[in-house]
Design a protein around this ligand. Structure first.
Ligand code: ATP
Ligand code: MG
Length: 431
């Protein structure tokens, strides 16, 4: 197993700097799991015996900053990337006071405080699943498997809670969601005790903070396996508690189309054909319901755009994801992409569409719909990539080649703000 080659060199260097300053330091969590599975980690978590202040001393206060209320950790800046470094922690002896808990009487064993420093081994045991509790030292190229089961469980595709699964889910119900993410994302299967505890404790999720769950939704929508994760939620009866509208409509044509769009979006993301975007995922997941309600009562059915339609579309987006909330920037961006689709499908070259900042995402949603359902043969030629045209301009491209229509569009771009058709459709909305 050669996992060192999966680890980015600046991460090895970061670990090395802490180790050279005398602190025991490892890469932990998902990055170790992903590297063993031969996947490129999406980000890295580092854990160390150094306290937050000591970590900042090693890297200097210009590049490192202590963050976090629930537990303090350090954000280390590396270019545009933020590396999270936490101090080894252990399971607290007392569970802390349930201050600010708003969702009825909390389960007796729920953890509210989680900030007691400990050893590397104690830190491994407080983690959620054996496959998430592996520590990797990239300098010595050595894996530590304190639970003794992590490596085998990865090999055998098993999600196994550390300790008593029911208790661990009671301590933190978000662990149920995290278990099912592993099921969906990697095709893992929970061991029998974990599986029973998931099914018996699904309603505990009502005790988790709604802002944390909304954040989890964002992370899922960013994940290239979001479709499989949602399917795993459905299989285990969790979707009813997490995205109740989608669960209630699961067997409908609109929902099947929504899942097919999400799968196609993910295929293109995994193949590197387009970048990841939460708002694109939101748009893919919600557009069939918009089409169904505003179109011809059928997913894929085109709706008429009219002044102020944005309000209706936004209500549907909110309803589909409710009670989870998404940040305004994301819903506004999804809304704009959605409103562009009738023009794309009909080949209506509205003046401001091509130069609109949401054009690239809107075009990607068009491609996803075209691949899944529309099947319009020459749609890509009709709607070229935005940067291809910018590039031509940048290099002083030959104007004669563009033809009259392109020149007219360029003139629009150069003559200051073009009338934005999205503004009409979203009249009165604060986007
Ligand atoms: P991803 O690839 O999605 O980041 P991850 O497993 O790294 O997956 P993180 O949220 O980054 O997820 O958490 C890092 C690690 O912290 C986990 O692998 C796990 O060991 C531990 N962890 C995270 N959340 C919990 C939790 N609720 N209870 C116990 N341990 C947790
Ligand atoms: Mg992680």
């Amino acid at each position: 197993m050669n996992i060192k080659k999966q680890i980015a060199p600046h991460i090895v260097e970061t670990v090395d700097r802490l180790q050279s300053a005398g602190y025991e330091t490892y890469i932990v969590g998902g990055a170790v799991r992903d590297s063993i599975l031969n996947r490129i980690p999406k980000d890295y978590d580092i854990s160390t015996s150094a306290t937050p202040n000591q970590i900042c001393k090693v890297f200097g206060h210009r590049d490192s900053m202590i963050v976090g209320k629930r537990f303090r950790l350090v954000h280390l800046r590396h270019g545009h990337e933020i590396i999270e470094i936490s101090t080894f922690r252990k399971e607290p002896d007392t569970k802390g006071l349930p201050s600010g808990h708003k969702h009825g009487v909390p389960p007796e064993n729920m953890i509210f405080r989680d900030n007691v420093f400990g050893t590397a081994e104690e830190d491994a045991w407080r983690r959620d699943f054996t496959v998430n509790a592996l520590f990797y030292d990239p300098v010595a190229d050595k894996i530590l498997d304190y639970t003794g089961l992590g490596l085998d469980d990865i090999k055998n595709s098993i999600v196994r809670a550390i300790g008593d699964p029911a208790l661990r889910f009671e301590e933190d119900p978000v662990r149920i969601l995290r278990a099912l993410k592993l099921v969906g994302q990697y095709g893992f299967t929970p061991d029998e005790m974990t599986s029973d505890a998931i099914r018996m404790n699904l309603t505990l999720i009502t005790h988790a903070s709604s802002s944390r769950l909304s954040l989890e939704l964002e992370k899922i929508l960013k994940n290239p396996y979001s479709d499989r994760i949602i399917k795993a939620f459905r299989d285990y009866g969790f979707l009813r508690h997490f995205l109740p509208f989608i669960d209630a409509n699961w067997e409908t044509e609109a929902c099947r189309y929504a899942m097919a769009l999400l799968t196609e979006k993910n295929r293109r993301l995994i193949e590197g054909l387009y970048r990841d975007s939460i708002s694109l995922a939101v748009a893919a997941l919600t557009i069939p319901f918009v089409e169904y309600e505003l179109g011809e009562n059928a997913p894929g059915g085109l709706w008429e755009n009219f002044r102020g339609i944005g309000w209706e579309v936004k209500d549907i987006i909110v309803k589909v994801l409710s009670p989870r909330l998404i940040i305004k920037r994301v819903s506004a961006s999804a809304l704009k992409m959605l409103l562009m689709q009738p023009a794309f499908k009909e080949g209506r070259k509205i003046g401001s569409l091509f130069s609109h900042q949401s054009y690239p995402h809107g075009r990607e949603l068009m491609i996803i719909q075209n691949e899944t359902n529309w099947q319009i043969p020459d749609i890509l030629q009709q709607w070229p990539e935005q940067n291809v045209r910018h590039e031509r301009k940048k290099h002083g491209g030959d104007r004669k080649k563009h033809g009259r229509r392109d020149r007219r569009r360029d003139r629009h771009r150069n003559d200051g703000p073009v009338h934005d058709f999205i503004d009409d459709l979203t009249e009165g909305m604060d986007l």
